[in-house]
Design a binder for this molecule. Structure first.
Ligand code: PMP
Length: 407
């Protein structure tokens, strides 16, 4: 496969950009290839700098639930750019988007928009520490909450627990240390160790233990928010977290994220309360406009059923092939998100062993056939409403062929 221009551009980029990229996963390290250099995209297709075409299952890491360049989103974003891309002031659309979010997610009473998911999570942590006057935050292995100092695994004040381990969780909260916990932050259906379902009772236990220890429960729904349905993972599981972090989909492909939650806690942010928050680009008007245009589609009663149907059109044949082939691999799915894991027949945490070399071979095999999936063994495929049946079927065939023949 020749990617001459892409390689040249990548070499050039390496002269001035660290590692030739602006975000770690874009480096394609896990798949032993030089990274794709994007040139353009439309609907469910991505074009690289050599004008090669790929069916895109990354979709800007899940931000593009309507696919690339949806005409309504483009019109809204362009219109807003003309009217004023950024004001550094409260903008009339902010109230509309925040009230739609509040209507969709019952645990959210107040919102503060940020620019990235990282900032939303970072602000949630600062808020929890200030409210409770406690130092520690419980996080789970394999979860990801952005690259803020306070949430990187070795940060001071982070207490790392295994995900899906109910007895360790209960034992921890029975110990004296529980009284030092300001908050528990969790991806309710993690996607950053590949898609993993919480075991029965795990999220409920988090809710109970945070109530008992008077700490806050923070759901990081940067990926799952407006992806699984209007009310996110918390709606599916019927859990009422104190704070929720949102991102990706709410900005329709533009940099917009949000922290939302109970008014009692959210009102502790400045200017009402003492917990400082600010941002030149926070609540960016173009992101708000694109978000509103996206939400207009999400509110249609058949949007999510149709999206999930599309996902099943791809995943059902893969599941059937996996069952027949009886190979050490599995597909785990929640709505339009899924991961095909190689090397394990069930993945419940980040310790389940995976075959990274086989994943790299799989990724490369799909890429030469014009199919682009997220380039790490532990990430999620994102189905968008723009995926055509024809492209889903082509992809299913390519994946099933690999399963039958390659290992
Ligand atoms: N939380 C989760 C669950 C995420 O997956 C991500 C990024 N993929 C973030 C937070 C950070 O968001 P951002 O990249 O917008 O800073």
């Amino acid at each position: 496969m020749t990617r001459k221009r892409s390689l040249l551009l990548y070499e050039e980029a390496c002269q001035s950009l660290v590692g030739g990229v602006n975000s770690n996963a874009r480096a394609f390290k896990k798949v032993q290839l030089p990274p794709l250099i994007a040139k353009a995209a439309s609907c469910d297709l991505l074009y690289d700098a050599d004008d090669r075409k790929y069916i895109d299952y990354c979709n800007s890491w899940g931000a593009l639930i309507l696919g690339h360049g949806h005409p309504d989103v483009v019109a809204a974003a362009c219109g807003q750019t003309v009217r004023g891309a950024s004001f550094g002031l409260t903008f009339e659309g902010e109230g509309q988007l925040s009230s739609q979010i509040i209507k969709a997610i019952p645990s959210i009473e107040k919102i503060r928009f940020t620019t990235s998911g990282t900032e939303a999570c970072m602000t949630a942590i600062r808020l929890a520490r200030e409210i409770t006057k406690r130092p520690n935050i419980v996080v789970f292995e394999g979860n990801y909450h952005g690259h803020a100092e306070t949430l990187l695994p070795k940060a001071q004040g982070l207490l790392l627990l295994p995900f899906n381990d109910l007895s360790r969780l209960r034992a921890f909260f029975a110990s004296k240390e529980a009284r030092s916990v300001a908050a528990v932050i969790v991806e309710p259906i993690p996607s950053n160790m590949g898609l993993v379902h919480p075991v029965q009772g795990f999220l409920e236990a988090l809710y109970e233990e945070t109530r008992r220890s008077s700490s806050l429960l923070i759901f990081d729904e940067v990926v799952t928010g407006f992806r699984l349905g209007l009310s996110g993972a918390q709606g599916l599981y019927g859990i009422d977290p104190d704070l929720t972090c949102l991102g990706k989909i709410i900005g329709g492909g533009f940099p917009l994220a949000a922290l939302g939650g109970k008014a009692l806690f959210m009102d502790q942010l400045t200017p009402l309360g003492p917990v400082f928050h600010a941002g030149t680009m926070a609540g960016h008007p173009v992101g708000i406009a694109a978000g509103l245009a996206t939400f207009a589609h999400l509110h249609s009663p058949d949007f999510y059923p149709k999206l999930h149907q599309k996902a099943l059109r791809l995943t059902q044949p893969i599941q059937e092939t996996l069952q027949k082939a009886k190979k050490p691999a599995c597909l785990q799915q929640a709505g339009s998100l899924f991961t095909l894991f190689f090397g394990s027949s069930s993945v419940i945490d980040c310790h389940s062993p995976l075959d990274d070399a086989l994943f790299a071979e799989f990724f490369q095999t799909l890429l030469v056939q014009g199919i682009f999936i997220p380039p790490t063994p532990r990430d999620v495929w994102n189905i968008s409403s723009a995926h055509t049946e024809e492209h889903l079927d082509i992809t299913a065939e390519a994946v099933c062929r690999f399963i039958r023949t390659a290992f």
